[in-house]
Design a binder for this molecule. Structure first.
Ligand code: TXA
Ligand code: MG
Length: 346
């Protein structure tokens, strides 16, 4: 793989040029792959109802075939084509949060191919809130399946150069609209059951969902968790470096311990770091969880590219977007080869 000539088109995030969008839409209709920005992260798009095109997504990413994709649509009316049953709560949530970073899992219709849903009887759908994504959906007049546009297991791409790093030569086109505004993936909510089940915390905080629908159950501790949310089974969001999670205010102290082992250490710290060790790379992180979320994946990639063997990330409070931030950091830390440092993350 890697022999395609990938076209990178710069595009205005607020007023995307119709010619560039028309070009990208044609690639989608021809069964090609287009990476495009959403308000959360960049997605790797192909026509959702074309199994041959969708198969190319799995190959380009190196993604396991049983991990289903999110189908992106231009508006709630597209649910008719994709789903067999739409409970009232889905319409309520759609009218409140779409376009936006909420993905709803619904019973699928016969129009959706098995490969798109990983063989499940459900389909995940969302209306993205990025002008480029919406323009592409409207111009192609097709639902677009799009996982995050990273190689499987890597941190999600929040900038076009992350996409090119991972998928250059494997996709026809990248629409480059600069950094994505939220920086962390959508919230995935299963509304085929009552109360709805939160499969992945993300851009819409759980508290905001609860304001609209009352109780929302969480996946934590559920024995059939992996079956319900196939994505949770796999290594995720992980840079090459080993990730250690430090309690608030303790990142520098933990980094000092790892430096003593002779390793090159990166630190994602929300407070001032005093140490000037030659093997220490410091990436200051914002205090506010939403800002931390926006920079988190880019920071992991940056520290990786600076040759860090270990990355110490300072925790954030688990409320609002902080819940999703901690979910991603824990998964990154869980992917560690524990034998390498001989130490589990604290
Ligand atoms: O913000 C986002 O959601 C981004 C942008 C591009 O829209 N997309 C994204 O896709 O993060 P991906 O493939 O990286 O993550 C989709 C998650 C996976 O954990 C997958 O297992 C889950 O959604 N998912 C998809 N379809 C599902 C289904 N039918 N039932 C349960 N989980 C599903
Ligand atoms: Mg992903």
């Amino acid at each position: 793989m890697g022999q395609l000539e990938t076209i990178r088109l710069s595009i205005d995030p607020r007023r995307p040029a119709p010619e560039a969008i028309a070009h990208a839409a044609q690639v989608i209709r021809d069964g090609g792959l287009v990476a495009f920005p959403t308000e959360t992260v960049y997605g790797l798009g192909a026509e959702a109802l074309n199994p041959v095109a969708v198969d190319r997504i799995f190959r380009a990413k190196g993604r396991p075939a049983d991990n289903p994709l999110i189908v992106h649509v231009a508006g709630v009316q597209a649910l008719r084509e994709l789903t067999s049953e739409v409970p009232g709560v889905a319409l309520t949530l759609g009218s409140r949060f779409w376009p936006g970073p909420l993905t709803l899992v619904l019973m699928r219709s016969g129009n959706v191919p098995d490969i798109t849903t990983g063989g499940l009887e459900t389909v995940a759908v969302r209306v993205p809130a990025h002008p480029v994504a919406l323009a592409l959906l409207e111009a192609s007049e097709r639902p677009i399946a799009a996982p995050s546009a990273n190689r499987s297991g890597q941190p999600s791409p929040t900038d076009a150069h992350h996409v090119l790093e991972d998928l250059g030569g494997r996709v026809e086109m990248v629409l480059d609209a600069g950094a994505t505004p939220i920086g962390l993936e959508s919230t995935v909510l299963d509304v085929t059951q009552d109360p709805p089940l939160l499969l992945r915390p993300g851009g819409v905080p759980k508290e905001d969902l609860e304001e609209v629908v009352g109780e929302v159950r969480s996946l934590q501790g559920q024995t059939n968790a992996a079956k319900r949310s196939p994505g949770t089974r796999y290594r995720h969001y992980a840079p090459r470096a080993t990730v250690l999670l430090a309690p608030v205010g303790e990142a520098e102290a933990l980094a000092a311990c790892v430096l003593e082992e002779g390793k090159t250490v990166g630190i994602m710290s929300r407070s001032l770091v005093h140490s000037r060790h030659t093997r220490l790379r410091v990436r200051g992180m914002p205090l506010e969880p939403a800002s931390y979320a926006r920079e988190m994946f880019a920071a992991l990639r940056e520290l990786d590219s600076q040759g860090c063997q270990v990355i110490v990330a300072e925790s954030v409070e688990e409320e609002g977007l902080g819940l999703a931030v901690m979910d991603r950091l824990r998964r990154a830390a869980a992917a560690n080869d524990k034998t390498e440092t001989g130490q589990a993350s604290p």
